[in-house]
Design a binder for this molecule. Structure first.
Ligand SMILES: [Zn+2]
Length: 302
């Protein structure tokens, strides 16, 4: 009886003493190595950043957006907001450090519209190079660019190709898919390239407060098809000839259900890309071999 009465008191008081004496150590340990690290580069302390790079195995994401008109009903930052939503959620599932807002890409074709920020081609390449160089200097030996803007489709592979011009101690990877081709709720529209059914649906998930769906029919999003050239002949004015209002499709057809399906697909796809990049130990090795051989090409044997 006595023992059963005193035991809980003894256990409780011992527990109290243990907590009092170990609490500062626990707190200290938590500040050095937190169980939950933010994936946002800008939210990490310097020491947590070091831990983040270690935890991500040197894999960092550079979500790439743009500031460009998106029909009459979506915000200028649609691509930036969407790609960051997908990348940040993916990094939460498969840890990676995510670089802050980046929107310094190719968008010359929207210079006639309000709010477009179109940097010169030299600056686009120079800024991107210095950004990835600086990321790598800080331990991001695998930089995964997650593209959110269709106008970057040529810029980013070109940027990746130019990494071979001189030695770099890191690899640039480009992930450039945003919309699943199959599955999910059936789409009602056939033209759906920009601010249309898919993009409007995704924005209903990432930033529904910025979607003005009631304005989606205020401008036409039809293909004006004004250029009469074979499909395999390319010009820089092609987009303007077809969609001069920076609207391709019909945002009024968008639904939250479609947005949920497409955004989940996008997040899953980025998660898979992060895992593949983390598991890739070939690219840097062969890149180094290539740089070395390129110093003395006459010695290269088949
Ligand atoms: Zn867009």
């Amino acid at each position: 009886m006595t023992r059963t009465c005193r035991c809980p008191f003894f256990v409780l008081s011992s527990l109290f003493l243990v907590l009092v004496f170990s609490a500062p150590n626990l707190l200290f340990a938590q500040s050095v190595s937190p169980a939950k690290l933010s994936v946002h580069w800008e939210e990490l302390t310097a020491s947590d950043f070091r831990e983040g790079i270690h935890r991500s195995q040197g894999t960092c994401l550079l979500p790439f957006g743009i500031l460009e008109k998106h029909g009459p009903h979506l915000p200028l930052g649609t691509d930036l907001l969407d790609v960051r939503y997908a990348a940040l959620h993916a990094a939460e599932q498969e840890y990676a450090v995510v670089f802050p807002e980046y929107y310094f890409g190719q968008i010359a074709e929207a210079r006639h519209e309000p709010g477009t920020m179109a940097y010169s081609r030299n600056l686009q390449l120079a800024l991107l190079q210095e950004t990835t160089d600086e990321m790598a200097r800080n331990g991001c030996k695998k930089v995964l660019i997650v593209n959110g803007h269709g106008g970057n489709d040529s810029l980013l592979p070109y940027f990746a190709q130019t990494q071979l011009d001189k030695p770099h101690d890191y690899v640039v990877y480009v992930f450039d898919e945003r919309t699943p081709q199959h599955g999910g709720p059936v789409r009602k529209t056939t033209i759906d390239m920009h601010a249309g059914e898919s993009e409007t649906s995704k924005m209903m998930i990432s930033r529904p407060d910025t979607v003005h769906q009631d304005r989606a029919k205020n401008e036409p999003g039809a293909d004006q098809a004004r250029q009469k050239l074979p499909e395999d002949v390319y010009t820089g004015i092609w987009w303007y000839t077809r969609f001069p209002n920076h609207y391709s499709g019909d945002g009024s057809a968008a639904t939250k259900e479609l947005g949920e399906y497409q955004m989940n697909w996008w997040i899953d796809s980025v998660v898979k890309a992060i895992r593949a990049v983390k598991g890739d130990d070939i690219s840097l090795k062969l890149q180094n071999e290539f740089y070395e051989k390129s110093m003395h090409p006459l010695d290269t044997q088949p």
